[in-house]
Write a protein that binds this ligand. Structure first.
Ligand SMILES: [Mg+2]
Length: 204
């Protein structure tokens, strides 16, 4: 079973458990529009809903990049998380995971406007080769790929923040940092952050 399927099952299990708890308390209500259904909807949104929610963030982000990268000078960079930000990890299984199209468009715009694109992911360094291949295969052009170093036990946010600090120190101005979890975004080293949906941690 793929990890995506497992994640979906885990979500379904959690929603069922919530329904069971509601049931045992005597307040279960499975009618359309009930709280019980709302719990399930938030836990596992439909693909189209997710893409619409992503686009609601990337559309203003694109407007911002058009304007910000139109200012001459500087070595600008955009930082992107990978899973459920740049690749449809939760919604698509398979060896090559498709790009999240609105984010691919954002990355393409950033490159066209002269910015560097850096991926910063908590995937282990052991997955560098397939990750790099996947990103290229689905159309991303990028300048760097930073993965979780081996033998590091730092929390996600700490490793990601350190990486952005290193990008800063290499002489780049990170004009935008895009991710779907707060651990992608907290810690500074970006002029603007753009938070994509994670639906309360369902999408890692
Ligand atoms: Mg992610």
């Amino acid at each position: 079973m793929s990890s995506t399927s497992k994640a979906r099952l885990a979500v379904a299990g959690a929603a069922s458990a919530a329904l069971l708890l509601l049931g045992s308390a005597g307040v279960a209500d499975a009618r359309p529009g009930s709280d019980a259904q709302a719990v399930a909807a938030v836990a596992d949104p439909a693909y189209a809903t997710w893409i619409a929610d992503v686009a609601a963030v990337t559309t203003p982000a694109a407007g911002y990049l058009e304007q910000r990268l139109g200012v001459p000078g500087g070595r600008n960079a955009v930082v992107l998380d990978i899973d459920n930000t740049s690749l449809e990890t939760y919604y698509s299984g398979g060896i090559t995971t498709p790009a999240v199209k609105p984010v691919l468009a954002l990355a393409t715009l950033a490159k066209a406007k002269g910015a560097a694109v850096f991926f910063v992911s908590d995937r282990t360094e052991l997955l560098r080769w397939p990750t790099e291949g996947n990103l290229k295969a689905v159309g991303y052009a990028f300048d760097g790929l930073s993965l979780r170093p081996l033998f590091t036990f730092d929390p996600v946010q700490a490793t990601k923040t350190k990486t952005r600090a290193a990008i800063d120190q290499a002489g780049y101005t990170i004009v935008a940092n895009v991710g779907n979890n707060l651990t992608d975004l907290d810690g500074g080293h970006a002029e603007r952050t753009f938070k994509l949906p994670d639906y309360n941690g369902v999408l890692p």
